[in-house]
Every structure is written in C-alpha cells, then in structure tokens.
Design a protein around this ligand. Structure first.
Ligand code: ADP
Length: 378
C-alpha cells in the first residue's frame, strides 16, 4: 500500500476540456473545472492554462480519457511510447477524438516528465462482447484486416453504474444481468451480463444506435448515397448531416436539448412531439432487445443528463414493459433525486437512477495502476 496520491483526471472532448483533481484513495475533490467551445488549434493553450491554474497542488498522476482503444486495450493502462503509438494508430476509428486525447497526454508529459500518465478508454469495457454482438454481417476480412466491428462507447460510465447497482442491490455484480441506459447528448444502452458488457448499442463509431441530441443513430445505409445526391455533397458531407443535424435536432427542428424539445412539444409543436416519441420508443425497443439478449434482467439503470433528470422519458420508456416484471413507481420516479430505486417494491426488476461518475473510475484506475507499479518496482 502506498500513501496518498493526487490524481488529475483530464477529459479532452471534441470541443471541451473537463478536469478534476482527486486526493486518492479518499476520493476527495481538490479542484475541478470545465472549458467549453475550444477550437482545434486552441487545445494546447487550454490544457496548459489548466495545468497552470493547478500549480499550487502537487500532482502525482494524470489519468486521460481516450475515446478509442480498439481491440488493443481491454483495460486502463500506463502510458508509454508504445501506448501512444497505438492510440495514434487508432485515430482512424475516432479522427475527432484520439488526436485531441493525445495532445492532452503529450502536454501532461512535457509538464510532468517524471509522473505516471494513465489512459482510460471509452471502448475498453465492451471488449468482453462476444462476436455475435460485435460482428457486422460484412465480408469477414473487413473485420480481420481492417478491424471493422462494433466497439461500443461510454464504457467508463456503464462500468461505474454497474458497480453502484451491485452495491445498491447488495448483490455481487457477477450474479447480475443489467441493462444500463446512458442517456445524455450521446445515448447508448448496454446489456451487462454477470459483470461484463455483453452487447451495446453504439458501433464502430459513436454514430450508431439510438436517437441522440444531433446524431441519427441507426439508419438504413442505403439512405447515404441518396442524401449525397439531394444535398449535392460527398460521403463526408452526408455523415456530417447524420452526426450534427439529425437526432432530436433534426426531427424537431428546434434543439438538440431535450428540455427545449419537450417545452415545444407541450405547446403543441408537432415535430417536437414526434422527436420525443421517436427518442423514447427507440430506447424502449432497445430494452426489449436486451431483455432477449440477457434472457431477462435483474436491474435497469438510467444515467447521464436525461437519464438522471428526466422523469417523463423514464416513464415513457418503462411503460409497456410490465409484461417483463418491470413496474415503475410513477410517484417515486417523479420525485426522486440522486441515486434512487424508482420501481415499486414488488417489481421483479429493480429500476434505478444512478448519476454517473466517469471521473472517479478514471482516478481509481490510475491510483490502482500506480500501486501495482510501486509494488513491482520495490
Ligand atoms: P453529454 O452527453 O454531452 O455529457 P449530458 O449527459 O449533460 O450530455 O446530457 C445532455 C442532455 O441532458 C440534454 O438533452 C438535457 O436536456 C438533459 N439534461 C441535462 N441536465 C438536465 C436537468 N437538470 N434536467 C433535465 N434535463 C437535463
């Protein structure tokens, strides 16, 4: 066992940087912040300004969120030159994210050359999926030669809520079948079987799966060349439309923020009503899919911005799942705050709201790796 460590958790997203400084193992937060609307060429300055603002704190470890770990990374790792080269290589699957994640790593290494840096991957938790979940029905060599397969994302969030669900249910996660619904701007649902990801809704990229704030989720791929023709654009242009102009935003024509869409729907705006209907129906259908995949379920978890805060969505999603022993307590659902059971006491399946905390998992992984490193080097 080693002494206290200050772990800086750095999450460099496509247009924002979030950070949190923890004292571990106590999980005490010493500092935190959020920089938004960062342009690509401003990342270096933004990250440097964060390190600058933290110069009064001793920092022992830095944990970096890395979006794509491909098949190479099944858990968090200590970063060395080889790991950096792999993350760079995996940029082909996440061209908007991995290069920015690498920038964060390189700046941290230049400022703290003798500190340990750890990479925590969004995809790692899903590496336990079997081929029947991750393969696309394409020529097999596309998988073998080019790695075209489902990777899944939001892994750190699904892993965190799985752990909390086990604690709340007072049962080892190895005995539980869970459906974890991460519903934020990005939306993904994961079937968790006995402590491992068994299937998930996002794909090779985070564009696949459910209806999201601005992303379409699954569509017939045959639509893409038709969009190219209508919009007089190329494939990149069509994908840009699926990524940024679709989802809640696309259908409602109002906003990617569900609160705004719901306010308009209340006023009778037809497209907003449709957007809400489609959004919740697809979550509902995915739960059905994973009920089949898991042969029943012990718990359903709602997390992230919408999952944690929007009782209407939770109620719409759970209505019509009573046949499977999923009975929502509407009153409790409407009034709950923070972690809560929102199913009735006699509901066979426990429905839970669990606020996600990806940062604490990142800090814990980094701390654990530093302990292993310490143990093996003494
Ligand atoms: P991201 O995926 O970018 O981290 P979030 O998890 O914050 O996004 O989710 C954003 C969505 O969550 C928005 O559609 C917003 O309407 C919803 N949301 C966030 N906070 C609240 C809240 N306090 N009440 C209701 N909805 C919320």
């Amino acid at each position: 066992m080693i002494a206290k460590q200050n772990v800086l958790v750095l999450n460099c997203g496509s247009s924002s940087v979030k950070y949190k400084l923890y004292e571990m193992p106590e999980k005490q937060i010493l500092a935190q912040g959020y920089l938004q609307q960062i342009e690509r060429d401003q990342y270096e300055n933004a990250i440097r300004s964060i390190f600058d603002s933290l110069k009064d704190f001793p920092i022992d470890l830095v944990a970096h969120r890395v979006v794509h770990g491909g098949e190479t990374f099944t858990k968090s790792v200590r970063i060395d030159e080889d790991v950096k080269a792999k993350i760079r290589e995996l940029s082909r699957y996440a061209p908007l994210h991995n290069p920015i994640n690498l920038t964060g790593i390189e700046i941290a290494q230049s400022i703290f050359p003798d500190k340990m840096n750890v990479a925590v991957f969004d995809t790692a938790f899903h590496q336990s999926m079997p081929p029947s979940s991750f393969l696309y029905a394409l020529p097999y060599e596309y998988y073998e030669k080019y790695g075209i397969r489902k990777y899944g994302f939001h892994g750190t969030s699904h892993r965190y809520v799985m752990g909390r669900a086990g604690e709340l249910l007072d049962r080892p996660k190895e005995q539980l079948r869970l459906i974890s619904c991460h519903i934020g701007n990005g939306v993904s649902i994961t079937a968790i079987k006995y402590g491992e990801s068994f299937d998930t809704s996002m794909g090779m990229t985070p564009l696949a799966g459910l209806v999201m704030g601005t992303r379409s989720g699954n569509i017939d791929p045959g639509i893409i060349p038709y969009i190219e023709e209508i919009e007089q654009t190329n494939t990149t242009g069509a994908i840009e439309i699926l990524n940024n102009k679709s989802g809640l935003m696309g259908i409602s024509g109002v906003s990617n923020d569900l609160r705004e869409v719901m306010a308009k729907a209340e006023e009778g705006h037809y497209q907003s009503q449709l957007a809400l209907e489609l959004y919740t129906t697809i979550i509902h259908k995915h739960i059905g899919l994973y009920l089949a995949r898991l042969n029943g379920v012990d718990g359903i978890i709602f997390t992230a911005g919408v999952g944690e805060n929007n009782a209407v969505v939770r109620e719409m999603v759970c209505t019509g799942l009573e046949f499977a022993g999923i009975i929502l307590d509407r009153e409790t659902n409407r009034n709950c705050k923070g972690e809560a059971f929102i199913s009735t006491p006699y509901s066979m399946v426990k429905v839970m709201v669990i606020p996600t905390d990806e940062e604490i998992i990142m800090a814990a992984d980094a701390y654990e790796l530093s302990c292993v490193h310490f143990d093996s080097s003494t």
